[in-house]
Design a protein around this ligand. Structure first.
Ligand SMILES: C[S@@+](CC[C@H](N)C(=O)[O-])C[C@H]1O[C@@H](n2cnc3c(N)ncnc32)[C@H](O)[C@@H]1O
Length: 234
């Protein structure tokens, strides 16, 4: 079933097509502002001109080519993207999928909404929420995606527990992330960087089969992690 299912206990209000979570007093839950939120209108430009070439020592064209190859045969799935940013999923995800985008930045979600309105996923919903605390029911998604953002999440343990909860058994997580051992430039990459070995251990301890992709693009690692079907440890 192509459904994005929300937990019964969660209250949501929709504003300009974006879902905001409410607290017990029916007030929108405030997320810690992300450093790029104020500059969200410049986000795509900053990524292309500065973040990819200077921070990641990599090519943005190559990035989307790699993602295009990875997701080439992914269709008719229910997909969550954590930290969906300005909506670049339209560059690599087939529109025959159903899509939920989660981000803490309402500015970036507004940009994403414009792109998604034109694109035509089967179902598309955007949520202003923390990746470590999403509103979805257990076992909702076939596929989860997170590009260039794992380093920003406050607790990798909380994130992995949330991922494990909302993915279906045999669900697959696809990720691109900067790793310290590939870092050549002196530019600061914010957040917490994990090595390939750290990531392997973190995911395997959570009952995922971890598999790096062979692609190389500057600092970036591309990997997938499949949740084992006997996911008793949820
Ligand atoms: C470098 S951007 C990457 C955005 C997008 N995935 C892309 O590839 O262009 C980092 C994103 O992480 C989001 N973010 C940071 N912390 C977050 C959190 N705790 N939960 C959800 N999103 C978060 C930011 O708002 C921003 O959209």
């Amino acid at each position: 079933m192509d459904k994005i299912i929300i937990k019964d206990s969660v209250k949501i209000t929709k504003k300009n097509g974006i879902n905001f979570l409410l607290d017990n007093s029916n007030r929108p839950i405030k997320n810690k502002p992300w450093l790029g939120d104020l500059f969200s209108f410049l986000y795509d430009w900053i990524m292309e001109k500065s973040v990819f070439p200077k921070k990641f020592n990599s090519s943005i064209e190559e990035h989307y080519k790699i993602l295009g190859e990875i997701f080439e045969n992914v269709s008719d799935k229910v997909i969550i993207e954590f930290a969906s940013g300005s909506g670049d999923a339209i560059k690599f995800l087939n529109k025959r999928n159903s899509y939920a985008g989660v981000d803490i930045s309402s500015g970036l979600l507004r940009l994403a909404k414009k792109k998604f309105d034109q694109y035509g996923f089967k179902i598309v919903e955007l949520y202003c929420a923390d990746a470590c605390e999403t509103p979805f029911q257990d076992n909702t998604f076939d596929i989860a995606v997170c590009n260039l953002s794992l380093n920003f999440f406050q607790s990798i343990d909380k994130f992995l527990s949330e991922l494990q909860r909302i993915l279906k058994p045999n669900g697959i997580f696809y990720c691109s992330v900067p790793i310290p051992e590939r870092k050549k430039s002196k530019a600061i990459i914010h957040g917490t960087l994990y090595t390939l070995d750290d990531l392997k251990v973190l995911f395997e301890n959570r009952n995922f089969d971890f598999e790096p992709f062979p692609h190389e693009n500057g600092t970036l690692l591309y990997f997938k992690a499949k949740l084992n079907a006997n996911n008793d440890e949820k």
